[in-house]
Structure formats: C-alpha cells, structure tokens
Design a protein around this ligand. Structure first.
Ligand code: MG
Length: 255
C-alpha cells in the first residue's frame, strides 16, 4: 500500500510539473489569464521597476506637485534625480484613498553614530493614520514594534527583511480601511498585509487604531498617504497606488 501511495504521489507531482508550464504558456481569452486587469496587480515590484499602467503615480520624480504639508503649505522636501529626500516636516498626498494596494520605495541614510529611533527614522502612513515604520534596523535579529517594517507600536514584522542603509527597499501593502456605521463607530477594523523587499512581514493583521503621530482620527473617511519627517534624510521614489474596490461583484462582464 505504501509503495502504491508513493507511486500515485510521484505521478501526481510529475503531472503538475508537466501541466503547470503548459497552462501558463497558453493565454486565455482576453490575453490576461481570465483575470480582471482593472484591479489586479502582480508581484514582485523590484526597486526601480515601472508602475503598472493603471496605477496612480503619487510621485512623478520631478517635483512635489502632488504633495503638501499637512497644514496645506507647500511641501519643502528636496527633489533631485527622481528621488525625494526628507528635509523637515511630514508631507501628504492630495490623493486620498480607502482600500488600496500601495507601493513605496525608500532608502535609509547611513548614520553610524545614531541609534534606535534616531537612525534613519521616517514612516509611511496609510490614510495618514497607520504607520509602517521606516528605520535603519539592518542587523537587528528580532525586530520589535518600533523597528523597520513594524506597524508602529502595534505589530513587529514577522521576519527581518531589512536591507543595509543606502540600499533601495520596497514596501508593498494591501490595506483594507475600517468600516464604520452611520454614527461613525467602527464595525470592521482596518486590516493590512505588508511585503517588505518581497517578504511577507504582516499577514492580514487587524490594526488596533491609528498609530502615534496620525494625521486625524476620522477613521471612516478616506485619507492621504503621509510620509513622515523625523529628522533623518530618508529618501523615497517610485510611489504609486491602485485603488481597490470595496467589495467584489458577482456580475463581472465577460471579457
Ligand atoms: Mg517613523
């Protein structure tokens, strides 16, 4: 019996090995594998890769025309060679969103004399309320709730995925905004999945509320992307998002 089971298993493996490339090689109707291209996205997005054609590009690499300070004043971060660098203060996008797929590339500076929260600190706040920490945490074996990739103060990353300072790193986050009732009470908390340098560091975690330094607590409203100025010349580039539908449909039109 055992040998029969092994035989079936090996046949099954062989079938999969043969069949999968064959399936992948044959485009289905629509040329897109039958998957809607409107909202779908494909991973990974290595540093410097082109945004998907349907993405909303938040940073054009030339200026901060889509950005401002939280008080409405013009953003003052430095822009050069397709890269923005923190100077002072937070900046927010004009674009706001609810559920979203978002891609951000960042590079922490080399600050060997600094330590802890003073070492390459910045942050990516979804809706201006929920911070994915940016920090030089390279070499830390057990990153905590304040280290790079943490949902600041709430969740440490599942694994360490940090690259050294001066190397470009990526965040790809899938965010589901909280649902609120007519009175503004949260009925369904926000959730987030985050990939850091293509490694899953948060697996659909339920956020406990806005993190420290949040823009506002109006959690039922759409919000912008906020990048944190925290005294370190962290750099950003290639920032884009894809708005996600708030729910699926059972009436997709045939392609
Ligand atoms: Mg921070």
């Amino acid at each position: 019996m055992v040998s029969t089971g092994r035989c079936i298993t090996m046949v099954g493996v062989l079938f999969i090995a043969i069949a999968v490339p064959a399936i992948q090689a044959v485009p289905l109707a629509g040329g897109d594998g039958g998957v809607s291209s409107q909202h779908n996205d494909r991973l990974p997005h290595p540093p410097g890769s082109e945004p998907p054609a349907h993405a909303v590009v938040l940073f054009n690499g030339k200026d901060l025309s889509n950005w401002r300070q939280p008080d409405g004043q013009p953003a003052v971060w430095k822009v050069k060679d397709g890269v923005m660098t923190v100077t002072r203060g937070d900046i927010v996008t004009d674009e706001t969103f609810t559920d979203v797929f978002i891609h951000v590339e960042f590079r922490t500076p080399d600050m060997p004399q600094a330590s802890g929260q003073a070492k390459g600190n910045s942050g990516v706040y979804l809706q201006g309320r929920y911070e994915i920490q940016v920090l030089d945490s390279y070499g830390i074996n057990l990153p905590g709730k304040g280290d790079c990739g943490a949902i600041y103060g709430q969740y440490a990353p599942l694994v360490k995925a940090c690259k050294p300072p001066l190397e470009w790193q990526t965040y790809d986050a899938i965010f589901r905004a909280p649902r609120v009732d007519a009175a503004g009470k949260v009925t369904d908390p926000p959730r987030i999945t985050v990939l850091h340098n293509d490694m899953v560091i948060h697996n659909n975690v339920e956020l406990l509320g806005p993190t420290a330094g949040h823009l506002d607590a109006n959690v039922g409203a759409p919000g912008p992307l906020l990048l944190q100025g925290h005294g370190s010349p962290v750099q950003y580039r290639n920032i884009w998002l894809i708005h996600l539908p708030l729910e699926g449909s059972d009436t997709y039109e045939p392609r």
